[in-house]
Structure formats: structure tokens, C-alpha cells
Design a protein around this ligand. Structure first.
Ligand code: HEC
Length: 146
């Protein structure tokens, strides 16, 4: 076989390998990013209280305080408020603020709205974990019982 023809074959083989590798990448990425058709893969595995707190936070608080408590244009980032030296330094201050709210400033009174104390405690476990850097932004998983 003439050498030029060999070179062409060699190039074709390299191209095929590159195309094959490129085609394989998106499916691997998709498998990592999506846990199922609707949810990204979980990042942290949380005990039951913080996991339930994450759910309650997303349900009741995230529309103002941002997903994963990072804040929005309307309400403060609770990961900053609950940090050491932040505006909400203790669990008691958190519970009192959430229960009473600040209705004049747009923060609802959650006790008046009927949010149970157990749920407020769970939300604290989640948001405090976020503020302390122990829980990352992103969808968590629940630690199996037992
Ligand atoms: C309708 C929007 C809205 C919702 C929903 C909401 N908040 Fe707020 N929240 C606010 C606003 C606005 C403030 C800031 C009030 C101010 O200016 O003092 C605030 C303040 C706070 C503060 C005090 C922060 C600080 O640094 O002083 C905490 C704690 C808090 N919210 C927790 C929660 C929790 C927990 C939930 C869910 C159960 C929740 N909020 C739901 C609007 C909201």
C-alpha cells in the first residue's frame, strides 16, 4: 500500500476515535446531572431533620429567600444571616423571627400561618448547615433510617 494511503487511513482512525469520544461525553454528563427525568443528582446526604427542613424551606421560603437560602432581590440570604456574627446569631433568634415574621417588611408570620414548630426546627437544621458550609447548594438526599 502506498504510504500516502496509509496516512489517510491513520487520519481517519484518529478522526473516528475523536468523534466517538465526543459522542460518549454528553451521555456521561447527562447521567451525572440528572438523577431522574425531573431531578438533578443529590449532592449531600442529610439526616432526617435537615432533609425535611430542606423540603420545607423550598416549599415555604425559597420563593423569597432564594433556592438553597442564597437570597434574592427581595429577601436576605439566610446563609449570611445565620453565619457566625450574622444578624440571626442563635436558634432562638431564628425561631422568634420566623414565628413572628416582620409583616411590615414583607416577611410573613409563620406561626400565624400555621407552620408547625417541628417544621421550623427542621428548617433551622437545614439553613444552619448551609450557613456553616456543611451543606452545599443543590438537591440533597436523605440518609437511610437505622
Ligand atoms: C413573601 C416573602 C418571604 C417569604 C415567603 C419568607 N420570607 Fe423571610 N424574610 C422576607 C423579607 C423581605 C425579610 C427581610 C425583612 C427585613 O427587611 O427586615 C425576611 C427576613 C427573614 C429572616 C431574618 C433575616 C435577617 O438577617 O434579619 C429570617 C430568619 C427569615 N426571613 C426566615 C424565613 C423562613 C425560614 C421562611 C420560610 C418558612 C421565610 N423567611 C419566608 C421575606 C420572606
Amino acid at each position: 500500500m502506498p504510504t500516502t494511503l496509509l496516512r489517510v487511513f491513520a487520519r481517519l482512525a484518529v478522526c473516528a476515535a475523536v468523534v466517538g469520544a465526543a459522542a460518549a461525553v454528553p451521555s456521561v454528563v447527562a447521567a451525572q446531572e440528572l438523577h431522574d427525568a425531573y431531578h438533578s443528582a443529590p449532592l449531600d446526604t442529610l439526616p432526617a431533620d435537615a432533609y425535611q427542613g430542606w423540603k420545607q424551606f423550598e416549599l415555604n421560603c425559597s420563593r423569597c429567600h432564594g433556592e438553597y437560602a442564597v437570597g434574592s432581590s427581595f429577601a436576605p440570604a439566610l446563609i449570611v444571616s445565620l453565619r457566625d456574627g450574622g444578624t440571626i446569631p442563635t436558634k432562638e433568634a431564628f425561631i422568634a423571627t420566623v414565628c413572628a415574621g416582620r409583616p411590615a417588611k414583607g416577611m410573613p408570620s409563620w406561626c400565624a400561618l400555621g407552620l408547625e414548630m417541628e417544621k421550623i426546627n427542621n428548617i433551622y437544621a437545614y439553613v444552619k448547615g448551609r450557613a456553616d458550609g456543611k451543606i452545599h447548594a443543590g438537591r440533597p438526599a436523605a440518609k437511610p433510617e437505622g
